[in-house]
Write a protein that binds this ligand. Sequence first.
Ligand SMILES: [Mg+2]
Length: 313
Amino acid sequence: MRILVADDEPMSRRLLQSSLTKWGYEVVTAADGLAALAVLQGAEPPSLAILDWMMPGMEGVKLCEEIRAKKAEPYTYVILLTNRHSLGDIIQGLEAGADDYVRKPFDPSELKVRVATGERILALQAELISARDALRDQATRDHLTRVWNRAAILAVLDEELDRARRDGSSCGLLMVDLDNFKRINDTFGHAAGDEVLRETARTLVASTRRYDSVGRYGGEEFLIVLPGCDEVNSVSHAERLRTAVANLAVAAGAGIICPTLSLGVAIVDGGEHDVAAADLIHCADVALYQAKANGRDRVEVGRLPQLTPTTCL
Ligand SMILES: [Mg+2]
């Protein structure tokens, strides 16, 4: 673990550094408050900081307040080092966001256990963060394809429609369906079908922009949200995705599967301010149905608000 030692007295700083190094910690030092703040706000800041209360530039207590105001994650565990030890001072330090305090001149064995306590709390916090991230991942990702699940992609769509409404910008929506998926499952088995879904999802993600979102809407259906895209852009994205998947050859057991996609496009442009997500989805769905009816492996565009597909590509 890396520890920041911020103390303006060279002797005290050296003593802290040598003790902590002896106990196996990696130590970064700062000789005043501003240098300490720079270290804590830099890339990969130490997770534990031992801050002298009285320092030029910025006092330890003020430094604490600065760190806490950022609410940064992961947490910085702060031990204040002070020769001020009236109850009022201690309360002021803890209120400023310090986790603990050690009186100067410090007793090495006391400091050692207090640092160990900090290390234990930081480890618990890291475990909690990783458990929380895993839960969040589980709640928002489709387990098979790893793209957004239905609830998450619908939330993304709502957010992007709000943004388009606010900014008067456009937003494209693609409803995407794997052609003849039932036949793939029946012919090659469900494991092969799963592999086709995974490969398709991977290709969709790889062929979209960083700020586009791909989600699994249902069985073999995907929803793709294209922020800022008008009709021309959305159709060209849809065509690119169609081509990318048409070029796939998925190895499945004994055979090679060449999947194709049908895509329905729906667009909200800057002028259409009150389009509900459900209407846009319906519009894309109608266009997708038209793509299927027109022979599959193709893109059709739906029109709001009549919801009638008109363009054939
Ligand atoms: Mg000092």
